[in-house]
Each structure stands twice: as structure tokens, then as C-alpha cells.
Write a protein that binds this ligand. Structure first.
Ligand code: PMP
Length: 475
């Protein structure tokens, strides 16, 4: 029976015989993403570099979508992990207390802003960012007894059903039924492409006024929400930082309306934006933060950290088997220690500034770079057509060419038109400069092949014209 199924869903018997890379190509789901562009076997990695099975070297400006804050195989992290593996301690622990969990929690408490840490409660979730987002939604619905959730256009919180409901991007959610109906989206401030068409401070003010009005108006159609959830810098949405003043305004509105403010720090947390957490740039105190990616120092781990007053779950109200990944706790604790002791956060801020400066210089040379933005080492370059429209296919061509030239970057944002840079926080100036050179080269190559294609099309058109003309004349 099994054999029969396999033969029926195979286009040819080739995929039955496939092994190695061919097996992956034949068997992996159509939903695969990175593997489409990065079509090779990544054999090994060190710091900001990975090498494929042919020995080709790549500068990795993606760091596993920010999940490797210190790059690949950082020796200090490896030492701690190897020592732990040899120690005889347990590797998985549900939510039971262990030495690794105690040490991790101590480091985390040291890393959180003091006023937030004072009354914080931690809930270790299943290992992904989406798991922690689901937990946050459940916690605040339970704690407030409310049903509605406020989210923002362009937001990204994961792919599970609750998290997907809060996603701005329509592509993954449009074909899925049963998403949470009581999700209300509000415009996220964006001075370059202002949702109100005004930009700047006026756009920010309107975005706040709109939310404030919706929460005050008895005819807004929106019941009082259980939480307001947002990223302080939208990552997948195209690297859009929320202005500090706007975040402070949102904090004030949330407090006034007694709605918990939850910041999704899955991508921004642990130094990525040039401060330990992205919300601290604005000096606000959220009611909860959601953490994953860098939290486990490159291994899967996720948790929510929230104000004790919302700790209204009954025992066992939110569980999950893989909440006790001890290796991730060891690596995460070591990462947090290094971030603090070596001022890596300050370094990330400096490197991010260098990257943005270099991209802005490239934008003066290449008009297809329509905007450069970001915070710390979470940087985006928006790619536009000659008419200034978002150009996802050009961005994709540039990304693919970067890969050919030996650099891994990703695209994101509306129409996939933003080139995204999320390298190791330990990246050195020489690698930033190399990334800029490779990007410039990639755009030049893409432009040259486009021009060659246009020339080819013209030549083909000319020859079609000539032959029809000749035929006509012959007749
Ligand atoms: N929130 C944010 C802000 C994210 O960037 C992501 C992942 N890119 C998630 C949540 C979901 O995390 P995961 O992919 O681990 O489920």
C-alpha cells in the first residue's frame, strides 16, 4: 500500500531512485522557501561563513534568519555545549528545574531591563517563535477574559493558526480557513510608504489617533482587545522600525484603555537592533515580550516574559513536551553572557550604521535601491523599478545573483521587494564592506543581463521584422 502511494505521487520513477540532494529536491514540500534560492548542500559553517559541498564559500548575511546571533559554531558556545553534553546532565527536562535552567534564568534576568525584570513571570513554551506567540495570545485572553486581538499591517508573528491570524502578508493566510475572526489590523507607521498618504510625524500622529479612536468609540465595531501585539521593528514585513515617539504614544494609549501591550521580540531580541531589546530604544515598559531565535543561542527555545499581574493561568493551562531544551538553555546563557561581557550589542550598533551608510552610498549609484532602513544589524534595502514601484522580481534576481557571487541574503516585505540583512552580531567591518561590494556587483550583473536580454529581444524583433518585410517584398 505504502509502495503504491509512493509510485502514484511520483511524476517519474527517477524520484524513487533519488538519493542525497536529489532525494531532498524530490521529496521536500512545495512550501520550502530558502532551499529554492540557496540550491546547494551547506556542508559547514564558521562565524559569518558557510561552505557548500563543492567547497564554495559564502558570506552569510542571514544567520539563519537571525537565530545565530554569534554566527556559526562560535567556539565559546561550542565549548559550553560540549562540556554540558559530557556532564551527564539531562538533555530534555519538560519544565522541571535543572542546573542549566537555573543558570539560564539567572542570565535572562540579568539581561532584561531592571524595571521589567522586577515583576516578571516567565513561561517556557514549545521551541519556536510561533509557539510563544500562541502562548501569549492564550495567556492574555485568559487573563483579561477578552476575545479580540489588535495587530498591525505588515506584522509577522509565525505560521501557526493563531500567529497566522495576526499576519499582515495575505499570501500564506488567504488559502487557510478558520483563522481568528476577532483580529483587528491597524496601520503601522511607515514614513516612506505612509498608510495615510501623509508621511513623517503627521502619519505617526494619525496612526495613533486612529487606534485611540477605535478603542474609545462605542461604535468602532471592535470589542475591547485582550492584547495589542506588535514588533518594534517589523522584520519579515520589510525591516520597518517603529519610531520611538510613536511607540511611547502607543504605550500611553494601551495603558489608558487598560489593554496589555505585547512586543514580539522574536527577531529583534538580544542585541539585533543595537540594544538588548528593540523596545528599550523607546524607553517603554511593555506588559509582555515574546522571545525565541537568539534566545537559545542557535538552538530552539522560546518563552514569554510578562508582568506578574497577568499570571492568571491555572496549573497546566499551557504545556508542551519540548519546553526544556537544556542544550538551548546552555547555549542561550552563554550567548547572553558574551553579549554583555564583550559589548557585542554596541558592536552590532556600529556595524549596522556602517552597513546602512554603505547601502545609502550604493543607493546614490544604483537608483533601484529606493530606500535603506533598519536598526542595528537588522537592515533592509527596498528595491524599486525605474518608475519607483516596489520591484520584487528585481529584488529576487539580485538575491539569486548575490548567492551566485557567494553571499546569502534574504528578501522580505511587500512584494518581496526588500533585501534583508541579518548577519552575525560579531560581523567585522571588512565583511560589511565585502557584502556591499558583492551587492553592488550583483546589481551590476543583473542590470547587464537585463540589458543583454533586451538587446536580444530587439535583435529578435528586428529579424522578425526583416524576414516579414523581406517576405512581403518577395511577394
Ligand atoms: N515573530 C517574529 C517577529 C518573527 O520574525 C518570527 C519568525 N521569523 C516569528 C515570530 C515566528 O518564529 P518561528 O519561525 O520560530 O515560529
Amino acid at each position: 500500500m505504502n509502495k503504491l502511494n509512493i509510485t502514484t505521487d511520483c511524476q517519474s520513477t527517477d524520484c524513487l531512485k533519488a538519493s542525497g540532494f536529489g532525494l531532498l529536491r524530490a521529496r521536500e514540500s512545495n512550501a520550502k522557501t530558502y532551499a529554492r534560492t540557496f540550491d546547494c548542500i551547506i556542508q559547514r559553517g564558521l562565524g559569518t561563513r558557510v561552505w557548500d559541498s563543492d567547497g564554495k564559500e559564502y558570506l552569510d548575511m542571514l544567520a539563519c534568519a537571525g537565530a545565530l546571533p554569534l554566527g556559526h559554531n562560535h567556539p565559546a558556545i561550542l565549548d559550553e555545549v560540549f562540556a554540558f553534553l559530557r556532564s551527564g546532565q539531562i538533555q530534555q527536562g519538560l519544565d522541571i528545574a535543572t542546573p542549566a535552567k537555573v543558570a539560564f534564568t539567572e542570565e535572562l534576568m540579568e539581561s532584561l531591563p531592571v524595571d521589567f525584570a522586577q515583576s516578571v513571570r516567565l513561561h517556557f513554551c514549545g521551541p519556536t517563535g510561533s509557539d510563544a506567540v500562541e502562548a501569549a495570545i492564550k495567556l492574555f485572553k485568559t487573563a483579561t477574559g477578552r476575545r479580540a486581538v489588535v495587530a498591525f499591517s505588515g506584522g509577522y508573528h509565525g505560521m501557526t493558526m493563531g500567529a497566522l491570524s495576526l499576519m499582515g502578508n495575505l499570501n500564506p493566510k488567504a488559502p487557510v480557513s478558520g483563522l481568528s475572526a476577532e483580529t483587528h489590523f491597524f496601520p503601522y507607521p511607515n514614513s516612506k510608504r505612509c498608510p495615510f498618504g501623509v508621511g513623517g510625524k503627521d502619519g505617526e500622529r494619525l496612526a495613533l489617533q486612529y487606534i485611540d479612536n477605535a478603542l474609545s468609540d462605542p461604535e468602532s465595531g471592535i470589542t475591547k482587545p485582550a492584547l495589542i501585539l506588535l514588533e518594534a521593528v517589523q522584520g519579515e514585513g520589510g525591516c520597518i522600525p517603529a519610531p520611538d515617539e510613536w511607540l511611547r504614544g502607543l504605550r500611553e494609549i494601551a495603558t489608558r484603555h487598560d489593554v496589555p501591550l505585547v512586543i514580539d521580540e522574536v527577531q529583534t531580541g538580544f542585541g539585533r537592533t543595537g540594544s538588548m531589546f528593540a523596545f528599550t530604544h523607546a524607553g517603554i515598559r511593555p506588559d509582555a515580550i515574546i522571545l525565541s531565535k537568539a534566545l537559545g543561542g542557535g538552538y530552539p527555545l522560546a518563552l514569554i516574559a510578562y508582568d506578574a499581574k497577568y499570571d492568571k493561568w491555572a496549573p497546566g493551562a499551557h504545556t508542551g513536551t519540548f519546553r526544556g531544551n537544556q542544550i538551548a538553555m546552555v547555549a542561550g546563557a552563554a550567548t547572553m553572557r558574551l553579549l554583555r561581557d564583550k559589548n557585542i550589542v554596541g558592536h552590532a550598533q556600529e556595524m549596522g550604521a556602517r552597513l546602512q551608510q554603505g547601502l545609502k552610498a550604493l543607493a546614490r549609484e544604483f537608483h533601484c535601491i529606493g530606500d535603506v532602513r533598519g536598526r542595528g544589524l537588522m537592515v533592509g534595502a527596498e528595491i524599486v523599478s525605474t518608475e519607483g514601484k516596489l520591484d520584487g522580481s528585481l529584488a529576487k534576481a539580485v538575491k539569486v545573483e548575490c548567492f551566485q557571487l557567494g553571499m546569502i541574503i534574504e528578501t522580505g516585505g511587500r512584494h518581496g521587494a526588500v533585501l534583508r540583512f541579518l548577519p552575525s552580531l560579531l560581523i567585522e567591518p571588512a565583511d560589511i564592506d565585502l557584502a556591499l561590494r558583492l551587492l553592488g556587483q550583483s546589481i551590476t550583473n543583473v542590470r547587464a543581463s537585463e540589458q543583454a536580454r533586451c538587446r536580444l529581444q530587439h535583435t529578435e524583433l528586428d529579424s522578425v521584422f526583416l524576414s516579414t518585410h523581406l517576405q512581403k517584398n518577395d511577394i
